[in-house]
Design a protein around this ligand. Structure first.
Ligand SMILES: [Zn+2]
Ligand SMILES: [Zn+2]
Length: 310
């Protein structure tokens, strides 16, 4: 199966730089996460139920636009089920609800160091999502630094991409855009931050995202076959692998926060299993047993210096 072959290629240290791009695209699925499409081939009628409660009304249209982009990308007859405002959602907590994607905005401030967006996903042993949350931090989107509406378009597309099971395409902020909202960037709309060569917009999914979404491990026609050939949970090499807590938490380095302070800061998200290139923890894992787990992706603001930086 192509998906599995891609994983092995990435694991080889000798992979030529020229081939790196395609290989990355093949491993862009977030762990083994995807929505259950009931194993009925290319039916995909997972009928995603979305409920939202926003402090700032602009997220209503940003959410709708982002859902639409990913719905088109996945290209399934079922796709998005219902999108409903639910004023009873506590936006501060934005608690997960089984069977739903809950989306919130609030002024979350600089808790943990200042994040723009967070996506949290729980899954069962097959990798099927059981509950999801996405949060947008209005503390930043109400500020001058993030006043450009394209900043919101980007983060909405990005966090919703996680909610469909996509990982990052690239986590370096200050390199040319790859044309995908799953690529970290300092120039969301590609309007001239980089002077050498073309710099495409990162406001939309790219065709490489579409390709990954249509693999059998996600929403492809051979999805039932994928599960029958996966008696054990697939693990992702290179970035946390089977989800063991990061060894950094087991000793104290001079000049770094005490491990307990790090654990306390991220108690809601679990163990750190990934860092962005600036050394900021951006991926977390909480194990619940029997293959059930919750993973969290955190996108930090450009200047954030979160607790536990390496
Ligand atoms: Zn499945
Ligand atoms: Zn992310």
């Amino acid at each position: 199966m192509k998906f599995t072959a891609g994983l092995y290629v990435l694991g080889l240290a000798a992979t030529p730089a020229a081939a790196q791009w395609d290989d990355e695209a093949q491993t862009q699925q977030w762990s083994n996460f995807h929505h259950d499409n009931a194993g009925a081939g290319f039916v995909g009628d997972y009928a995603l139920e979305v409920e939202y409660n926003f402090q700032r009304a602009w997220w209503v249209s940003e959410l709708a636009a982002a859902l639409d982009k990913w719905d088109v990308a996945i290209d399934m007859p079922g796709g998005i089920g219902t999108v409903t405002e639910n004023p009873s959602i506590n936006t501060r907590k934005c608690g997960a609800v089984t069977g739903k994607l809950i989306v919130c905005s609030d002024s979350y401030g600089f808790k943990q160091g200042g994040w723009l967006g967070v996506a949290t996903a729980s899954s069962d042993a097959l990798g099927h999502f059981t509950k999801l949350t996405v949060q947008f931090n209005d503390t930043f989107y109400d500020s001058a630094s993030y006043a450009d509406p394209n900043e919101r378009v980007y983060v909405a597309c990005h966090e919703l991409g996680h909610a469909f099971g996509l990982d990052h395409l690239d986590v370096t902020f200050d390199n040319p855009n790859k044309g995908s909202c799953m690529d970290y960037t300092s120039d969301v709309d590609g309007d001239g931050q980089f002077e050498i060569g073309p710099n495409p917009t990162n406001l939309i999914p790219t065709s490489k995202d579409y390709t990954v979404l249509r693999t059998d491990a996600m929403y492809g026609a051979g999805h039932a076959t994928y599960h029958s050939s996966q008696p054990e949970e697939p693990t992702k090499p290179g970035r946390g692998g089977g989800g063991r807590p990061n060894k950094d938490l087991q000793f104290r380095t001079v000049g770094q926060p005490h491990p307990q302070a790090v654990l306390n800061a991220y108690a809601d998200w679990g163990a750190i299993i990934g860092y962005d290139p600036q050394g900021r923890p951006n991926e977390f894992l909480m194990e619940h047993g029997n293959g059930h787990r919750t993973r969290t992706f955190v996108m930090w603001s450009r200047e954030a210096r979160p607790v536990g930086m390496r």
